[in-house]
Design a protein around this ligand. Structure first.
Ligand code: SF4
Length: 218
């Protein structure tokens, strides 16, 4: 029987996408000035959270200087700040911040993952890279037995989720709910700086998505 720790080990050591493997190591070596004194993780990232949880949150991929630096998804960047804050507000997270992999953040009734496990240049994985990495999402979903709701952060996450549950994607938009026999799929704009700083995604709209997630994952 597959276990989450066995899968996570496989992900951590994966080098199937040469471009991404090279990129995450280069980023980890060259760093960015504001984090020059830190050791970057620089490896593919597995998901994290409550393996018995009912809510699965699917993002796009780790951020070059966020997850790729800290070693945990949605950790150490502004997307992580938005996610931890709202998850704490709705009782899914023990603390309202996500700054480092040893910050004692514990997720309750929720698991966080992504369509692609290596940070891609310009946040843009190729189709081939998405296809190659999809297998990890599939294996993870098989292991997480209690998922009732999948919250997709952005269109790439939504498309990967539709493939995962074998349904045809509908038109993507913010705070849309698609209900299937065994699973509910909720969509949101990604809480990236490009969306939150431009007002494309407001805090009120972000709250609304989590209010719905909370209700559905009871
Ligand atoms: S993106 Fe996924 S499949 Fe490609 S190297 Fe990273 S972990 Fe492996």
């Amino acid at each position: 029987m597959k276990t989450i720790s066995g899968l996570n080990k496989k992900i951590e050591n994966c080098t199937k996408c040469p471009r991404l493997s090279k990129y995450i190591r280069e980023v980890a070596k060259n760093k960015v000035r504001r984090f020059a004194d830190q050791d970057y993780y620089g490896k593919p990232l597995s998901g994290f959270g409550d393996v018995k949880g009912k809510l699965l949150i699917v993002g796009l991929a780790p951020a070059a200087h966020g997850g790729n630096r800290t070693g945990r998804m949605f950790t150490g960047d502004s997307s992580g700040d938005w996610l931890a804050k709202v998850m704490h507000q709705y009782g899914f997270a023990s603390i309202p911040t996500s700054e480092s992999s040893d910050d004692n953040l514990v997720l309750k009734n929720a698991y966080i993952t992504a369509a692609v496990r290596c940070a891609p240049p310009q946040n843009k994985p190729t189709k081939e890279e998405m296809n190659t990495c999809f297998n990890y999402l599939q294996q993870e979903y098989e292991i997480l037995q209690n998922i009732k709701v999948i919250l997709c952060l952005g269109k790439i996450a939504y498309d990967a989720t539709c493939r995962l549950i074998k349904v045809k994607p509908e038109k993507f938009g913010h705070n849309k709910l698609f209900e299937y026999d065994s699973i509910k799929v909720l969509t949101s704009y990604h809480p990236s700086k490009q969306n939150t700083q431009t007002g494309r995604l407001t805090w009120k709209e972000w709250l609304a998505v989590f209010q719905k997630s909370k209700k559905l994952s009871k």
